[in-house]
Design a protein around this ligand. Structure first.
Ligand code: FES
Length: 150
């Protein structure tokens, strides 16, 4: 059985999250991870590149719970792949639209660990917190058990 769902593409912001590694004089390493206060756009999970026919597999359908989500990556950028109903798959950039932290799936939400924004895991819309806009959609298709971005 083949089921195909396509989500319209939008410009996808990249990761503005930055990390600094400070190494103390005695060899003690302290990692600091924070959110940028500047623009969050440095790149995007573009689905244009692929080894096989212009698409890249980002997940296996069987690994995504119906009504739930999994973390994935596309061209090295974090994305979230959700299955609202059996066989229908949507995906979003995992980059928070507030200041660029990576959001995580928590039940039917995506939660940002930095300032508490919450997003609907099936639509990407903002449910709460300081995020000014929904997570950016990533177009995906389903063919058999393969979820691909194209
Ligand atoms: Fe501030 Fe996500 S980066 S809520």
């Amino acid at each position: 059985m083949t089921n195909s769902t396509t989500v319209p593409a939008e410009t996808v912001p990249g990761i503005s999250r930055r990390a600094a590694l400070l190494v103390g004089g005695a060899g003690t390493a302290v990692a600091l991870v924070g959110c940028s206060t500047g623009p969050a756009v440095t790149g995007a999970p573009s689905a244009a590149k692929s080894d096989k026919g212009g698409s890249t597999e980002v997940a296996k359908l069987a690994d995504i719970p119906v009504g739930g989500s999994v973390e994935a990556s596309l061209n090295g950028k974090p994305i979230l792949v959700s299955q609202p109903t059996a066989g229908k798959v949507v995906a979003f950039s995992a980059v928070c639209t507030h200041q660029g932290c990576v959001v995580k799936p928590v039940g039917k939400e995506f939660d940002c660990p930095c300032h508490g924004s919450k997003f609907d895991a099936m639509t990407g819309r903002v449910l709460g917190g300081p995020a000014p806009s929904p997570l950016v959609s990533v177009p995906v298709s389903v063919a058999g058990n393969s979820v691909t971005a194209s």
